[in-house]
Design a protein. Structure first.
Length: 157
């Protein structure tokens, strides 16, 4: 009995699948709105430090940042579009926020382990990239400055 029901169900489903695809193709639908995009590349060679700003002095938890004018980030893009920032490194793009566990050799017997977090925020006409290391080593030695980095801002609207 089960075998007969299974065969009957199989024949019905097969008939529906093959019969439902018959007939001429319908007309082309109306063209939709296109997607526009703009790309801005931000080359950070000089990082600013929040510990140097009067409003951050003595508060701790300081970080490095770089703020850029991005005229293509209009009020329309800000309100109705999408903005994504990427770190470009070694022929790869990493979407922000970028969080990596890293280390550096201080001397032959000391290794500094830390977690680096890079994120971005933006407003109409600007993008700011922030860089924080987990051990806040900048509180101890403000001469340790992150190196140059390249960021790509992709705006779709």
């Amino acid at each position: 009995m089960k075998n007969v029901m299974f065969r009957t169900l199989f024949v019905l489903v097969s008939a529906l699948l093959f019969c439902a695809c018959q007939g001429p193709q319908g007309p082309q639908g109306p063209a939709g709105e296109g997607v526009n995009w703009k790309i801005a590349e931000l080359d950070v060679t000089n990082w600013d430090y929040t510990g140097d700003l009067p409003e951050f002095k003595g508060q701790g938890n300081n970080y490095y940042f770089a703020k850029f004018d991005v005229p293509a980030l209009t009020s329309y893009v800000f309100t109705d579009g999408n903005v994504q920032v990427y770190l470009v490194e070694n022929n790869k793009q990493h979407a922000l926020p970028f969080v990596r566990h890293q280390y550096e050799f201080i001397n032959d017997s000391t290794i500094n382990f830390f977690t680096r977090t890079i994120d971005a925020h933006f407003g109409i006409g600007w993008v700011q990239v922030d860089l924080r290391d987990s051990d806040f080593e900048y509180e101890v030695d403000e001469t340790i400055v992150p190196g140059a980095m390249l960021f790509r801002v992709v705006m779709t609207y």
